[in-house]
Ligand binder design. Structure first.
Ligand code: 26V
Length: 835
């Protein structure tokens, strides 16, 4: 394996794929499909279920991408445009085929080609495994960003890890979550191109040494290291019908030749192969975020591996074009850190510039501080990463030196700003002192960046006023907000073709690249024919989801009921428990016959719990137990169903969000940084029932308070209550609530499983319950009742639904990316002039 890079083909050399030339017709797609299926994959018989059909279609589409990819790359190299590298430990891409065809504009041509063979393109789509290289919102956001950047012609490259196993699959066994490995690469991943020529070496272990160079200067070296090879695999990211194809570069770890050889020569063949395993372990599996799984050495290795390989790749590319002259480096490059996970890039860039490229500390620091930008995605203190200093010393000794030096200089800065304020120094230091000193990665990211942003207005304010207050006082100009979004190409055009066509019929298709155009739907909110068509699309989507639910759970669902949906990772702060309490409350009302259920309802809850997060797993078990009783009790038949949607993922959301009537966004105020599922639901015409948290605040602002079901305490009220919160009083003072708790305690939902509800009931009753579930119970129930009444008024609900879609324009990642670009990145769009 060659770690050395050969010089890439330069300008003036012979280059292939100068201009896109492959026809985008059904004839051409059929010809290419036949070629790949028969001659490359070596298959003759077309069977509907064959994975090779899917692969052959991908290859045919990929050829069209390849031409545009080569061209995009060439233009950015030749024009030496400023560029952004988006560093993220997660890219939750989901399936790629539908979007690639949509963006290339060859959906119809491909469908027709397959039809001629008696095949249905939808079945082919279904053969694709989700690329589940992420946990939840943060990873999916990165994927939406890539789609929007390519569509806006922005030169942005994504850097991530090619995990061998992505997000685990969730099976539900007797109500319990069981994790199963996601071997998504088993049948191959036909989108990727291995680029062994760009492999880089990443170092671990060893020690930091000082030496004097030829000019008598003191220099540092990192020696006696154990090296791992980082091999890039590129995935094409097509823009929407603009001939731009950007890159997602995913690194895979492999043992270096040298490492193998040493042991091999010592006669230990088996050890040599085993060491290969140790190296490859680095990119073996995606970490599911859970408190208890924090502090794993492997996770730090992953973070450093990504940061080092990606920065080396960027520097290699720079040096190819500019030699060792870094004077304009900061002008031409920017690194966006997706949360603190890649924050170690701050120290690694310093190391590379100083040790490998001989820059002075000040030169390197000036470059680092004007190229790094940091996005924070959570206010939960337990989710802020810290690494033991000792682990750093063992794994990354030279990086530790650099972090200490950054900290020493930073403390001088603090002292100049606030002379004598030792408390502040302690609070702000990159090192948290104590029996086990820790490195605060978020602080490293802030100190090393020129921009720090939150992901919704409220979240950014809380960062400035709370979590990062000291830093915001020191550098107010660094702090800014960039409200999240989602890409309407995937989350409306591709996943809801019925609604997309209806919208396009009325207002044209401009919304696919300018979502603010959806505003024009407002004028149809009272148009009877349009409203009727709107409802029939929703019903179709609900039937599709009902079908999917039955296939997954065996439960038959009535598509005529109100679909009340909460899908997201299972976490206490997201309060799936509150949702469950409401389900029990409705069940109780119906059973007792007191209280009118005016609108029959299907409550759908889906999401995965981190394998190490015991309480989250408890919550899943409880929801499933309650569901089983409700769904088999003839007393509530036709009025209420509760379904736990198993193995929720990106592809599931593509079926779920078009079918939702009501979107439950019910986190404790101040805990959900933004939410992005909320935006997908809104775009597809669901009405939100939610707290004043994250982007809900902006959603409500956009759609108007009369089209949003608000409930719950505000951030300020939550803060005020803390310390004298008495959950029992909410239960005692509210007969409905008391009955719910009593029923849960009675064993009604766990006849033969004593104790399974104890932990969650205890949590609700706990005065220290940080999520204050009990405090919001009554206002949630009231808001649900209001929603039910509104839903029952068909005209009113249709209008609300249309107005929600109409007001969702702000929540496109196209807008988000424009915001990043105007304030942080300052990129010029890739020009078409070189073509
Ligand atoms: C991380 C961890 C790690 C250990 C303890 C438990 C825990 C809980 C949550 C997290 C979240 C990490 C960051 C994250 O995924 N944030 C999500 O980012 C989305 C995109 O900005 C945003 O919409 C979600 O509100 C936010 O939770």
């Amino acid at each position: 394996m060659a770690a050395e890079t050969e010089k890439t083909v330069g300008i003036g050399d012979i280059e292939l794929l100068q201009t896109p030339s492959l026809p985008m017709t059904a004839d051409a797609m059929l010809e290419d499909f036949t070629h790949y299926f028969g001659r490359m994959l070596g298959r003759q018989t077309i069977r509907t279920k064959s994975p090779f059909l899917y692969q052959a279609v991908v290859y045919a589409a990929r050829d069209r991408l390849m031409e545009r990819w080569a061209q995009t790359r060439k233009v950015t190299q030749v024009e030496d445009t400023r560029r952004v590298a988006y560093l993220s430990l997660e890219f939750l891409m989901g399936r790629l085929l539908r979007n690639a065809l949509l963006n290339l504009g060859i959906v119809d041509a491909t469908a027709e080609a397959l039809e001629r063979l008696g095949l249905d393109l939808e079945d082919v789509y279904d053969r694709e495994q989700d690329a589940g290289l992420g946990n939840g919102g943060l990873g999916r956001l990165a994927a939406c960003f890539l789609d929007s950047c390519a569509t806006l012609s922005l030169p942005v490259i994504g850097y991530g890890i090619r995990y061998h196993y992505g997000m685990f699959h969730q099976r539900i066994d007797n109500g319990y979550q069981v994790e199963e490995p996601d071997s998504w690469l088993r049948e191959g991943f036909p989108w990727e191109i291995e680029r062994i020529e760009y492999a880089r070496t990443v170092r671990f272990g060893g020690r930091s040494a000082v030496y004097t160079d030829a000019n008598g200067k003191t220099r540092h070296a990192w020696v006696d290291t154990q090296d791992v090879l980082a091999i890039p695999f590129d995935v094409p990211i097509p823009g929407y019908r603009n001939d731009i194809v950007n890159t997602l570069r995913l690194w895979s770890a492999s043992a270096t030749d040298e490492f193998d050889l040493e042991e091999f020569n010592a006669g230990s063949y088996a050890e040599a192969v085993a060491s290969q395993n140790a190296a490859e372990n680095i990119t073996m599996v995606l970490y599911p975020n859970a408190t208890t799984e924090n502090g794993q050495e492997l996770r730090l290795r992953q973070q450093y591996f990504l940061a080092s390989a990606s920065l080396q790749d960027q520097l290699r590319n720079w040096i190819e074009r500019h030699g060792e002259n870094f004077s304009r480096y900061a002008e031409k490059n920017c690194f966006q850190l997706n949360d603190t996970h890649p924050a170690i890039a701050v120290a690694e860039l310093m190391r590379l510039l100083i040790d490998d490229h001989q820059l002075s500390w000040d030169e390197a620091w000036a470059i680092t501080r004007s190229t790094m930008a940091y996005t924070n995605h959570t206010l939960l203190p337990e989710a802020l990463e810290m690494w033991p200093v000792e682990m750093f010393r063992r794994l990354l000794p030279r990086i530790l030196d650099i972090i200490y030096e950054i900290n020493a200089r930073f403390i001088v800065e603090i002292s100049q700003h606030w002379p004598g304020d030792n408390d502040r120094i302690q609070r702000m230091s990159l090192i948290r002192e104590g029996s086990e000193p820790m490195i605060r990665m978020a602080y490293l990211a802030i100190v090393g960046s020129f921009s720090v942003n939150g992901v919704a207005k409220l979240h950014s304010r809380l960062l400035r006023e709370g979590l990062f207050r000291d830093f915001a006082e020191m550098w107010p100009e660094k702090f800014n907000n960039k409200t999240n979004g989602v890409t309407q190409r995937r989350w409306l055009a591709a996943c809801n073709s019925g609604l997309a066509s209806l919208i396009t019929e009325r207002i044209g298709d401009g919304w696919t690249t300018d979502l603010s155009k959806l505003e024009r739907l407002r004028e149809f909110a009272d148009d009877a024919a349009f409203c009727k068509a709107w409802r029939s699309v929703k019903l179709e989507n609900k039937l599709r989801l009902a079908h999917d639910l039955e296939a997954r759970t065996g439960i038959k669902v009535n598509a005529g009921t109100l679909f009340d949906v909460q899908v997201k990772r299972i976490h206490e702060y997201k309060r799936q428990l509150l949702n469950m309490l409401h389900a029990v409350h409705l069940y109780e009302l119906i059973r007792l016959g007191d209280g009118d259920i005016v609108a029959p309802r299907t409550i759908i809850i889906g999401g995965k719990a981190a394998p190490g997060y015991v309480m989250a797993k408890n919550i899943i078990k409880c929801i499933n137990n309650v569901a089983r009783v409700i769904n088999t009790d003839p007393a509530v038949e036709d009025k209420l169903q509760l379904i736990f949607y198993p193995d929720y993922n990106v592809s599931a959301m593509e079926i779920i969000c078009p079918a939702a009537d009501l979107s439950a966004q019910i986190s404790t105020a101040g805990k959900e940084a933004s939410g992005t599922g909320n935006m997908k639901f809104m775009m597809n015409g669901a009405v939100t029932i939610g707290t004043l948290d994250g982007a809900n605040v902006e959603i409500r602002e956009a759609v108007g308070e009369e089209n949003f079901f608000l409930f719950g305490l505000t951030v300020e009220e939550i803060a005020e209550l803390r310390g004298n919160y008495n959950p029992q009083s909410y239960i005692d003072d509210d007969p409905g609530f008391s009955r719910v708790i009593a029923l849960l305690e009675s064993g009604h939902f766990n006849r033969f499983e004593p104790g399974v509800f104890d932990a969650v009931l205890q949590a609700i009753r706990e005065p220290a319950d940080a999520w204050m579930t009990a405090a919001d119970f009554r206002s949630f129930v009231d808001a649900q009742e209001a929603a039910e009444i509104a839903y029952n008024d068909v005209e009113r609900w249709t209008r609300m639904s249309i107005l929600n879609t109409a007001a969702s324009g702000r929540f496109s990642t196209d807008r988000t990316m424009r915001d990043y670009n105007e304030d942080i990145w300052r990129l010029e769009p890739i020009t078409q002039s070189q073509k």
